[in-house]
Design a binder for this molecule. Structure first.
Ligand SMILES: [Zn+2]
Length: 101
């Protein structure tokens, strides 16, 4: 339980890795790590996930967004960096990425 699940993108049909973020939102990532472009690390964390009626607490793999500096450090340390799927989705009309998000 709490394991990330794969699901197809509604736009392009590619497999996406669904993980909770540390903020409890679900974030689809490209399943293959990308050391050059990735900006998200996946860590094991106790996450409060939005449930049907009330938030559900569970141990999950959580996505955490990195600053550019953190991204470079992680890349140097060979930490796997993942890319949010909307960054690479060919069907996504808006690929602008707000790093401050
Ligand atoms: Zn897609």
């Amino acid at each position: 339980m709490g394991a990330p699940s794969l699901g197809p993108c509604r736009g392009c049909g590619a497999d996406m890795l669904w993980v909770a973020t540390v903020n409890g939102k679900m974030q689809p990532l490209d399943p293959e790590p990308d050391a050059a472009e990735g900006s998200v690390i996946v860590v094991a964390a106790d996450v409060e996930v939005e449930g049907q009626e009330e938030p559900v607490h569970r141990l999950a793999l959580a996505a955490s967004y990195l600053t550019e500096k953190g991204r470079q450090k992680a890349a140097q340390a060979n930490v796997r960096l993942y890319t949010p799927h909307h960054m690479t989705c060919p069907k996504n009309q808006d690929r602008r990425f707000n790093r401050g998000g």
